[in-house]
Design a protein. Structure first.
Length: 369
């Protein structure tokens, strides 16, 4: 069972098999046990949208969410709702760090800070439970706009479908100048960022424009589930698994050498990864599972090779299931392509004089050049 926590937004879509979604807040259990989230390290996926103090304290909008003096009104309603009594920022920060260390997926939604002078200077970005992310938003020049069009979305991003919904329902917040520690995956036509990957020391996750409709909120939750929980004990390969037959080994060895020399840190090749005594099937399955892309080396020999067929079947099934590009066809000699690869653009390495140009295209696919 995968456990998902939504803070400040709700999921109303169809039930998702093997997924339990809880809409709760970050207040202390001693203040409101029913609306308080469990310790954050108990969740596999955490989505935080601190649109107002009520959003992040109790999980959703409250009667005072749109009021200029929300904190005062909450305290007047119930003295225990005083921000300092209701929210232990340091404790939630430690919980979130533990969750990230344990491999949880964390998504923060951009929000206006809604600064209030209430027994000291406060802002809703406290609800991020991650001071580094709040600082990133502050120094990145958050802009409040109204738009639908987008300038570009990374097609390999896990949130492509979410941004498609935003392009219909509209977007309202973006970052004008995101700096170090942020890799943008979607932009406005004038180049402002609508979201990206955050890597700030031990704090990692996604910072995205907030949903502007229930459809968008539902899609955000669904897209977040496409991200597998990281295994902190094993580094994932971020490069290629090279599927090939033994006859094509000279080309494959050279390609691996050239890719690694140009910055692709992990290129899975059987002879480099499998040691004496290892299970061939287990090691190959592990390599495929941990690789971002499966590069299939196509030749007259490989298209009929049983191992290549099996690896290609696994890779294509993963591509269909995830909706993301997984299989990269690499043609090294003229041959009849498998039927389900005919619609894909392949890297044509069949002409030695064009090797460097085709290699450059492959590196661009891998975001290396």
């Amino acid at each position: 069972m995968r456990r998902v926590l939504t803070v400040g937004l709700t999921y109303t879509g169809d039930p998702i098999a093997e997924v339990e979604i809880e809409n709760l807040g970050l207040c202390q259990a001693s203040v409101d046990r029913e609306r308080a989230a469990f310790a954050l390290y108990e969740y596999d996926t955490i989505i935080i949208n601190p649109e107002s103090y009520s959003h992040f304290l109790f999980g959703r909008a409250g009667e005072f969410s749109n009021e200029a003096h929300e904190l005062g009104l909450l305290k007047r309603q119930n003295d225990s709702y005083d921000l300092d009594a209701a929210f232990d920022a340091e404790d939630r920060r430690k919980e979130l760090e533990a969750a990230i260390t344990d491999g949880a997926t964390v998504i923060w939604c951009l929000s206006e800070p809604k600064r209030m002078n209430f027994f000291g200077y406060r802002e809703t970005h406290l609800g991020y439970a991650a001071p580094t992310v709040a600082s990133l938003v502050k120094r990145s020049n958050l802009l409040v706009k109204k738009g639908r069009r987008m300038g570009g979305v990374d097609p390999d991003s896990p949130f492509v479908r979410y941004f498609e919904v935003l392009s219909r329902t509209g977007w309202t917040l973006c970052l004008a100048d995101p700096g170090e520690g942020f890799a943008s995956i979607a932009a406005t036509p004038e180049g402002y960022s609508l979201g990206g990957k955050v890597t700030l020391g031990p704090t990692t996750g996604w910072l995205l424009a907030p949903p502007t409709s229930q459809d968008a909120a539902n899609q955000l939750v669904r897209d977040s589930l496409a991200l597998e929980k990281a295994n902190p004990a094993h580094e994932k390969y971020h490069g290629l698994f090279l599927s090939h037959t033994g006859v094509d080994k000279p080309f494959v060895r050279q390609l691996r050498t050239d890719l690694m020399a140009r910055g692709v840190e992990r290129v899975w090749l059987d002879e480099a990864e499998i040691d004496i005594g290892d299970s061939l099937i287990a090691k190959i399955e592990e390599g495929i599972k941990l690789s971002r892309y499966i590069a299939v080396v196509l030749s007259t020999k490989s298209i009929g090779a049983p191992w290549v067929k099996k690896e290609l079947d696994v890779a294509m099934n993963r591509e269909i299931a995830s909706g993301e590009v997984v299989v990269l066809p690499l043609l090294i000699e003229a041959c009849e392509l498998p039927e389900f690869l005919k619609g894909k653009l392949y890297a044509d390495f069949s002409k030695p004089e064009e090797y460097e140009a085709v290699l450059a295209k492959l590196l661009r696919r891998l975001r290396i050049a």
